[in-house]
Design a protein around this ligand. Structure first.
Ligand code: GLC
Length: 713
């Protein structure tokens, strides 16, 4: 059979295989199921008879916070052997798992990765995760999550890249390239790469009240200009799969919307991969009450454009009848199967279907991955305050290390971790002692707050490690109050009362309310949930081995009352809306982060200052390190379309560069702004470029004040 010939192109092989398939065999490719490790039961009979599209390796939907055994290589290879040798057509099964920020070596949560403002570092991070997956027989990760989030109460803000469409789009491309690599001249992916999945399409992060799974209402204008850009970039980057979301958006469940999945994603954006539903989101059309039963759910979802059903069996039970009755066309079924087979051929699954046990042993030595993780983790951490007590002085003799995060391991990893595979992280205390063997580290081993206060009085400096559990983040874990967990603010206040220099570290999966912590802290380092090397990376920063340069990918509100609060708000007809009882400004703005050195950004030049439609302008500045130590700055470029036929944000991020400068060093940094940066989705969803004046600002957070302008004629 031609399709067995690896020298043929992907499409030649798909075109040869598809017509050989029966109706049942085609439908089998549109199904993803969970097969319990070691006891596949009747699944084996099904695979022998008609094959199987995909096997999900997580046993429960909330895999991110549940310890579970993931199938081992022998198990994966056995099911694959059955599919390749006992099913007549020998179509391989694609194994999928949520590898969201690392598999064995865990990297910072995606919100922390976004804080690096460093796409190259992110691409390397996801490439390491891809290598780990590939070696363990995992072909597909349900990541990156590209949901724009304006509400830190939403538990899954942890899993995305924050509030900004431009940053989200850059991170999307980096993650997808890291996972998928580049196709070779014959259209095949190289080894050590896996299939990525842009999720959750779309609007999932705007759940009402920040309550996960909740209803979302987003105008098409806002959907296209704020929520769509990361997915548009993912499609342009060649992402091979997209996951449809749980929520109902504008009156339609996202997993049942033909407008979203076919008209917008497949036809307008040209997505040629396949759409997989979220966990049971096809059957959940019944809970949404848009389908009366599984048969209707299958019809609505498949017709909308969901090509593969995750774990429920609406397609398995009803798709054949729907096709035979002509309700679902064979053309639509062939389109879904073609999309799925294309990815399987592209991944090389037909030619290399089995995980190499020997290769899997190679990743027992995680040292190279640990080095990479330590570096990118330090790049993710954000210095929010420092009156000079950091980095710790070289002559410090006694450090009090106190707080609930001094001896945490699992919580450092954050949510969405396949526990049984992740290697155990160092604690903050272990990391500090390892890096400061000659310093006396005082701790309160009984975890009693009165002990903590007593040792604070004896120390030269106090390190207070606060934060929230990983179990308070992630799927289905939304919170109503953004305060740190009970007692932590009181502890900070009591410790501060001892009058010693106080550096606070916060380990969290979202912006927490720092309003009552900040006044007591002489310094505050936001470490996110930093992963396997988080403790070591935090100590590297505390000791000045790494000069922090992370920037906030999401606005930090003063309190829940300000939500939703994000930098790219629109101009309003009157003076900015206000509160009578709280400043309208957030506690920390998007793009903010300090360094141990200082940078000046001067001499903004825009050229040319007048351009015809379709042309670009160059905007440049001089960045100078005016401090005493080397450091990195994230130079950010914001744009305003001064007059437009649809209301637009007052400013939007349209460029950023993270640069390293020695003390005293200056460098010109240049941004090119072209039609893509100046255009937006206007009336009727059309992508428009309107003539007129534009303003541009360049700085080191979204409050950038160094201004220029140009005219698009
Ligand atoms: C979950 C999540 C999704 C994940 C899928 C498989 O419910 O919503 O992000 O990829 O199910 O675990």
């Amino acid at each position: 059979m031609k399709y067995k010939n690896p020298s043929l192109s992907v499409q030649e092989r798909v075109n040869d295989l598809l017509p050989r398939m029966t109706l049942e065999e085609k439908i089998a490719q549109c199904i993803q199921i969970y097969i319990p490790p070691d006891h596949p039961g009747e699944i084996v009979d099904r695979i022998q008879a008609v094959g199987l599209g995909s096997r999900i390796l997580g046993a429960v939907s909330l895999a991110g916070n549940v310890s579970q055994r993931t199938a081992g290589i022998e198990d994966l290879n056995e099911i694959q052997r059955i599919a390749m040798n006992e099913f007549r057509l020998g179509i391989p099964v694609i194994h999928g798992l949520d590898v969201i920020h690392g598999l064995r070596v865990i990297f910072p949560i995606p919100l922390g990765l976004a804080a690096t403002f460093d796409p190259d570092a992110i691409q390397k991070t996801y490439n390491i995760a891809a290598e780990e997956c590939f070696r363990l027989g995992i072909h597909w990760s349900f990541a990156p999550m590209l949901d724009i989030a304006h509400d830190p109460r939403w538990g899954r803000i942890v899993e995305g890249f924050g509030e900004d469409p431009y940053l989200g789009a850059k991170m999307a491309v980096a993650a997808i390239k890291g996972f998928q690599g580049e196709l070779d001249e014959n259209g095949y992916q190289s080894q050590d790469h896996i299939l990525a999945c842009a999720k959750h399409y779309i609007g999932y992060g705007s759940a009402e009240g920040g309550r996960d799974y909740n209803t979302a209402e987003i105008t098409d204008h806002t959907l296209r200009n704020i929520y769509l850009p990361p997915f548009r970039a993912a499609v342009q980057a060649g992402v091979g799969s997209v996951m449809s979301a749980f929520e109902d958006l504008n009156g339609e469940p996202a997993s049942g919307s033909r407008y979203l999945l076919t008209d917008l994603l497949k036809e307008e954006l040209g997505f040629n991969g396949f759409v997989i539903s979220d966990w049971a989101s096809v059957a959940e059309l019944i809970h949404h009450r848009v389908a009366a039963n599984e048969r209707e759910a299958a019809q609505i979802a498949f017709d909308a454009g969901v090509d593969m059903e995750m774990v429920t069996e609406c397609y398995a039970h009803h798709l054949a009848d729907l096709v035979m009755e002509g309700i679902i066309s064979m053309e639509r079924l062939d389109d879904a199967v073609r999309r799925i087979l294309t990815q399987k051929f592209q991944l090389g699954l037909f030619d290399h279907p089995y995980a190499d046990v020997q290769k899997s042993l190679e990743i027992r030595d995680l040292s190279a991955y640990h080095i990479a993780a330590r570096e990118v983790t330090a790049r993710s951490m954000v210095l929010l305050k420092n009156n000079g007590i950091l980095p710790l002085p070289g002559d410090v003799r006694r450090i009090a290390l106190i707080g609930p995060f001094v001896n945490q391991r699992r919580a450092l990893l954050g949510t969405w971790v396949n526990d049984v595979l992740a290697d155990e992280p160092q604690t903050l205390e272990e990391a500090l002692r390892a890096s400061c063997p000659d310093v006396e580290i005082l701790t309160a081993p009984n975890g009693l707050m009165d002990e903590m206060i007593m040792i604070a009085a004896e120390a030269d400096i106090v390190l207070l490690a606060l934060g929230e559990s990983n179990a308070r983040n992630g799927e289905y874990n939304s919170i109503a109050s953004l305060n740190l967990p009970a007692g932590q603010e009181e502890l900070a206040q009591a410790v501060a009362g001892m009058g010693k220099p106080l550096a606070v570290l916060v380990f969290a999966g979202r912006p927490v309310t720092l309003t009552r912590i900040l006044p007591h802290a002489d310094a505050l380092l936001y470490a996110w949930h930093p992963g396997s090397m988080g403790a070591a990376a935090a100590v590297d920063i505390l000791l000045g081995k790494v000069n922090p340069a992370g920037k906030l990918p999401v606005t930090f509100p003063r309190g829940e009352g300000q939500i939703p609060v994000h930098y790219n708000h629109k101009s309003t007809g009157r003076d900015h809306p206000r509160y009578l009882d709280m400043p309208v400004e957030p506690l920390f703005p998007f793009g903010f982060g300090l360094s141990y050195t200082r940078f000046e950004i001067t001499d903004l030049v825009v050229e040319p200052v007048e351009i015809p439609a379709g042309a670009s302008v160059n905007v440049s500045v001089t960045v100078t390190n005016t401090g005493e130590c080397k450091g990195e700055e994230v130079v950010q470029c914001y744009l305003q379309d001064c007059v437009s036929r649809r209301t637009r944000p007052e400013r939007e991020l349209k460029g950023f560069q993270r640069i390293a400068l020695q003390p005293g060093e200056s460098r010109r940094v240049e941004f090119t702004l072209g039609p893509d940066e100046m255009s937006y989705y206007g009336a009727g969803g059309s992508w428009v470029l309107e003539p007129g004046a534009f303003k541009v600002w360049i700085g080191n957070d979204c409050k950038a004040s160094l201004e220029g302008s140009f005219l698009l004629k």
